[in-house]
Design a protein around this ligand. Structure first.
Ligand code: DGL
Length: 273
């Protein structure tokens, strides 16, 4: 197998919050980011649609030579990853790897809670898949998981309305719906890679002392450990410190909006899938 960059995928801009942390922790590698903005958000789409879209994007990453793809999207990790890993990957290229964001998070989340009550905020797709309660139970059987879908949050972010007063209405409403399920939640996971942009607003609506967890750092640390443990794969990842960006929608929008998520200027290329 030839060498290539690490692929990082999201339905839109959200995965850039993960890529930002990954490139800070592992700057030597080359990366390709793909945002499927033309078809975002994925959150309300059916299992099969999310699977088809994600598979198509993974195939593209493989064509670009990526030995490893990170699905930096909870919705796609919840709805498509397992099928891709178990059914498609062995046929496409068994030496390549596709990893998600749910496993690295569920492995450590129990370490943050003292009350053993954890809240999950995610898209409808992520919450309906029940992936978080199922996976957390494997690592932390004593932790109770309360979930709340926030269907308006990604559209507000993708449409650059997340700082508007209108956004507060939906943010407060969904936080309250989560907190109404238990007064003992002390740790809340932002189980959608778009949500870190809402951190300042979220802090206003959660009780003081609540831990709000974003996934970027967790996923970056987990990737670092994974590469250390899997030397043959690590050696197939090129290391020139280059990052390139692709979007299935307008590059002008992506460059402008994406920079807010990534924290640095972006110049993207359009991809027709
Ligand atoms: N960033 C994606 C996630 O983590 C957003 C999903 C969507 O497109 O609705 O779930």
């Amino acid at each position: 197998m030839s060498k290539g960059p690490i692929g990082v995928f999201d339905s839109g801009y959200g995965g850039l919050t993960v890529l930002k942390e990954i490139t800070e922790m592992l700057p030597a590698y080359d990366y390709i980011y793909l945002g499927d903005n033309a078809r975002a958000p994925y959150g309300g789409r059916s299992f099969d649609t999310v699977y088809q879209y994600t598979l198509q994007c993974v195939e593209w990453f493989f064509k670009m030579g990526c030995p490893l793809v990170i699905i930096a999207c909870n919705t796609a990790s919840a709805k498509a990853l397992r099928t891709i890993q178990q059914k498609d990957l062995p046929l496409m290229d068994p030496d390549k790897r596709v990893l998600g964001v749910i496993r690295p998070t569920t492995e450590i989340i129990g370490n943050y809670t003292k009350t053993n009550q954890v809240g999950i905020l995610g898209t409808q797709g992520t919450v309906q898949s029940n992936s978080y309660p199922t996976e957390i139970a494997k690592f932390f059987p004593n932790v109770t998981v309360l979930q709340q879908a926030c269907p308006m949050w990604v559209p507000l972010i993708e449409n650059n309305e997340y700082l508007s007063a209108g956004a507060d209405y939906f943010i407060q409403k969904n936080i309250q719906q989560l907190l109404d399920q238990s007064s003992d939640i002390d740790t809340i996971l932002l189980a959608c890679t778009h949500y870190p942009l809402l951190l300042d607003k979220l802090r206003q609506y959660v009780p003081a002392g609540t831990t709000l967890l974003s996934q970027g750092h967790i996923v970056a640390k987990s990737l670092k450990e994974y590469l250390e443990k899997h030397q043959p794969l690590e050696e197939k990842c090129t290391k020139n410190g280059r990052v390139s960006f692709y979007t299935t929608d307008s590059t002008d929008d992506f460059d402008q909006q994406g920079a807010v998520f990534y924290g640095k200027p972006i110049i993207s290329t359009h991809l027709e899938l």
